[in-house]
Design a binder for this molecule. Structure first.
Ligand code: DC
Length: 225
């Protein structure tokens, strides 16, 4: 059976955690589309391009080489041949990604790459516009969300646990709110629940509960949940 599963939602809702677990449960490919926008954001930062300078970004995007490869089942993201998988996980790159993602030429290029990957195989993709724009015909669509405060709390704990110092909850919450606003108010393919997506607000749910709710829909016994 070919699965095409779209997962959308705001930053920090647990999309990638859930998508990875689902992918391993169903034994299908997981594509983190945010990583691709992050690689574009990283390039703009490195080249000192003013994010508001659409013409410069249009020019940059013409020659960018973004690739996704899988090593031991894990996604690695390449920018112009360099593995930037870890370098794209900083707060600066998060903001740059959200800013470049507003630009139409960037989205068109990323969407083309994403559709190409989903063409012939079962895939679960997470992002902001997967159910509404990238894969509008996906048979399974989920919109995962939680309150901004809960998402910021999770990010805070995650960063603390990974040994980062100087982690400030208020700054994380501010960044999350900025990205929510930026991602959902842009003109082209904004963050939005697709009409036919199932809403999963997991503010008060564990990862296991969220996963089980989604799996029950995919396996066909979650119609009234
Ligand atoms: O999922 P993430 O936090 O890694 O995504 C980083 C940014 O990329 C996010 O703020 C908005 C943008 N993005 C997007 O516009 N469309 C997607 N499908 C995925 C991410």
């Amino acid at each position: 059976m070919k699965y095409t599963i779209a997962i959308d939602g705001p930053a920090g809702a647990g999309k990638s955690t859930i998508a990875k677990l689902l992918a391993s449960e169903l034994n299908i490919l997981y594509l983190d589309t945010g990583a691709m926008y992050r690689a574009v954001g990283l390039k703009a930062l490195r080249e000192n391009i003013d994010i508001k300078d659409t013409e410069k970004i249009d020019e940059m995007i013409k020659n960018i080489d973004i690739q996704v490869r899988y090593i031991d089942g894990k996604q690695h993201t390449y920018l112009d041949g360099e593995d930037v998988t870890h370098k794209i996980r900083t707060p600066e790159v998060s903001l740059a990604a959200s800013n470049v993602a507003v630009i139409k030429s960037v989205r068109l290029k990323m969407v083309e790459l994403q559709r190409e990957i989903a063409k012939d195989m079962s895939v679960i993709m997470d992002g902001r516009d997967i159910g509404t724009y990238v894969l509008p015909n996906a048979p399974f669509k989920f919109f995962i969300t939680a309150t901004p405060e809960e998402r910021a709390r999770r990010r805070y704990l995650e960063m603390k646990e990974s040994g980062e110092k100087n982690v400030d909850y208020d700054i994380i919450l501010k960044d999350i709110k900025y990205r929510d606003e930026n991602d959902s108010t842009r003109a082209f393919a904004p963050l939005k629940k697709a009409d036919d997506a199932i809403l999963v607000d997991n503010t008060f749910m564990t990862v296991e509960e969220t996963l089980s709710k989604i799996l029950s829909h995919i396996k066909g016994d979650g119609v009234n949940q």
